[in-house]
Write a protein that binds this ligand. Sequence first.
Ligand SMILES: Cc1cc2nc3c(=O)[nH]c(=O)nc-3n(C[C@H](O)[C@H](O)[C@H](O)COP(=O)(O)OP(=O)(O)OC[C@H]3O[C@@H](n4cnc5c(N)ncnc54)[C@H](O)[C@@H]3O)c2cc1C
Length: 487
Amino acid sequence: MSKYDVIIIGAGIAGLYAAMNLPKSKKVLVLCKDIPWECNTFYAQGGIVTALDEADIALHVNDTIEAGAHHNLKKIVQILSETSLKTTADIISKGMQFDTDAKGNLLYTKEAAHSVARIVHAGGDATGRYLHHFMMTQNHHLLEQNALVYDLLIQDGRCYGVKATINYQPTTIYADTVIIASGGVGSLYEYNTNSRTVSADIQGICVEKGIALKDMEFMQFHPTVFIKTPYARKLLLTEALRGEGAYVVNEAGERFLFEYDERGELASRDIVSRGIFDYKRRTKQEVYLDFSMFKPKWFHERFPNITRTFASVGYNFPKDRVPISPAFHYANGGIACNSHGVVPGITGLYVIGEAARTGVHGANRLASNSLLEGMVFAKRAVDHILSHETHIAAMPKFDKDYGNILHKENDKEYKHKLRQIMWDEVGIIRTTKGLHHARNCVYDLKNREIGRLLQLRLNTASAIVDAALSRKESLGTHYIEQEEQDI
Ligand SMILES: Cc1cc2nc3c(=O)[nH]c(=O)nc-3n(C[C@H](O)[C@H](O)[C@H](O)COP(=O)(O)OP(=O)(O)OC[C@H]3O[C@@H](n4cnc5c(N)ncnc54)[C@H](O)[C@@H]3O)c2cc1C
């Protein structure tokens, strides 16, 4: 029987930064479902927020709360911003290289709804890839890839470890502390920008165990995504493009976002996404992102990753404009926790990163706050764990095991159906009628002959639909269109 001091579920920025901060003397196991770089962190493009200096903290807090429709927990936003300077300095001192000018000064960019340029980036538009590589090289603990967690060992208000398949073998692993760092819920949506590993499994386990999820109605849709690819993960065009001056245009090349908000392309994500979605629906026109104002040399140096990726699907940037659509991007809601990542009511269980609902993002995340959140709250969770050490005296037995029924024959078809329902009815613009339809469909799928992993996805989908039905008024990313009989 294996037993660890700490198990970390997930090897994105949150999981790896927690691992980096746990001393070598601790017996730590990091688990990730697939290869380590198959995670949202790796795909992050634009950058990571840092307050520019002490004076910028109040402004950053204000921008975050404005974008979050004042649904944020101010105390938590304050922690995020105040800790940002120390956090960025920490990784730079350990060797993380952000882009700098010729004199070695950090280069800052601006993204939507930020008052000033305060986002640092790496490799031009490959921040996530650089950060992930850096953190992998810093990790001094055991990392098991191809390790899929399908249950948490919880009894009488204590977490004792996990059940996971490691290289397809069901295994029970005990630990004094479990940190959930398993990311968001992207695979629930037909069009999404997320890694295929991000599929809401652990949120689904929490629903099953009665652990609260919060703010699940606030799902964020990114406005500028190229969805015309056959792959599940759709190609993102970073917000930094609009920050640098790219336009959103209709077929005639005209900008139209000012009809929706005076900030045009630089309004917050929820407003731009809804604007594009509504414009396409209303006019039946294609909508494009236009970069023709940029000099090719500058563009290729600033956005090398996007230039390369889109060249492989036939686009010559910045000359060609590209058709765009909003797509699911980020879960503002998640597993409820306090400011140290402690999951209330369960000893030995923490949650960090996109899986967590810290209260930072409110009803809509400010661009590039999530990589920072992953690090700030991972460190706070580790500090809490190290100062509140608990050891399991006796290990209960957990006989119930789903390891051999993770998948069933028709799961693929049902998963596809679920993704469509979530996109159509629980997407950018919702109606009460549509949400009820989604609830019935999810209920129906739950009663089919399905595997454990689909069951978990459906649990999380139910939590999203129920939260959306409970909030009758629009707020942030949750937009309810009044049906005719209600007007
Ligand atoms: C295309 C894209 C661009 C983005 N750009 C930015 C940006 O520029 N700036 C910014 O701040 N944010 C950005 N974001 C958001 C940000 O990248 C994520 O919110 C953040 O990386 C989440 O980190 P995480 O560590 O919580 O989870 P992830 O990085 O998603 O990692 C999740 C980990 O959990 C593992 N896992 C999941 N389920 C299980 C399971 N059942 N068993 C075992 N392991 C499991 C996965 O294998 C993976 O290792 C972007 C997101 C995307 C998708």
